[in-house]
Design a protein around this ligand. Structure first.
Ligand code: C5P
Length: 237
């Protein structure tokens, strides 16, 4: 199955709500993101539920730990049959290399599909001011930093990165064409920003070179979620 470009973020607190959303959106959505909110609340059964409905899972737990621990988490994710998963590029090159090797080995030993491994660059809610406060001297250089992180991800064998809308174009220019770019912080016209800072509309992100768009609240909080999905799909076609 080749999933469409839209990933719906299931940031809900119960298995039941997640199942209702998957059923409701299934006619139009192939890929669902399970992040730390839902995974902490409902665990692996939620992944099995999505898989049983013939839909794909983006396991977005953004692993960030010592190499041995991240490698173990990556192996477990492959066993769950997730389509893609995330880890922080800032974990360092050794974590990236060993995770790539582990995913490949786990899939081949167990004759399972190799999950796609994506590196998280900078979280999309972080603006320059917050980063500055944390001691990151990025004046005028946010994109360069993200491109730098994406290069490290690519050089160490990752399948792609997660980055925010304003950096998509630069990452696409700098990296090989088949390097995947997954983009959250998507806000269709008229949707509230919530806690996101670096946002764009669906069409802009695709035109800039995004492969997949992650959309949560604009769909889950919409008066008519299926209509919102339709609007986004039309924009990105
Ligand atoms: O509700 P909203 O559309 O803002 O959801 C975006 C989703 O993408 C959330 O689940 C969030 O965890 C995720 N995400 C993000 N920024 C990143 C990586 C993932 O917002 N850099």
């Amino acid at each position: 199955m080749s999933p469409s470009k839209l990933i719906v973020a299931l940031d809900v607190l119960t298995f039941q709500e997640a199942e209702e959303w998957v059923e409701r959106l299934s006619p139009k959505v192939d890929l669902f993101k399970v992040g730390s909110t839902l995974f902490t609340a409902a665990g692996t059964p939620v992944i099995e539920m999505i898989r049983q409905k013939n839909k794909e899972v983006f396991l977005d737990l953004k692993f960030h730990d010592i190499p041995n621990t991240v490698v173990g988490a990556c192996r477990a994710a492959v066993r769950l049959g997730v389509f893609m998963l995330t880890l922080h590029i800032m974990g360092g090159e050794r974590v990236l290399r060993e995770s790539v090797a582990a995913v490949t080995e786990e899939a081949s030993q167990r004759k399972l599909r190799k999950s796609l491994l994506l590196g998280v660059t900078l979280l999309t809610h972080l603006g320059r001011e917050t980063l500055g406060h944390l001691g990151w001297d990025l004046t005028g250089n946010m994109e360069e930093e993200v491109v730098h992180l994406a290069r490290i991800a690519s050089e160490n064998g990752l399948d792609g990165v997660v980055c925010s809308p304003p950096e998509v174009h630069s990452v696409r220019q700098a990296l090989r064409q088949d390097f995947l770019i997954v983009v959250p912080g998507i806000r269709p016209l008229g949707s509230p920003l919530h806690d996101q800072v670096r946002v764009s509309q669906p069409k802009e992100a695709i035109e800039a070179g995004a492969d997949y768009l992650v959309v949560g609240r604009p769909i889950l909080e919409s008066q008519n979620p299926l209509e919102m999905v339709d609007l986004i799909l039309k924009e990105i076609q």
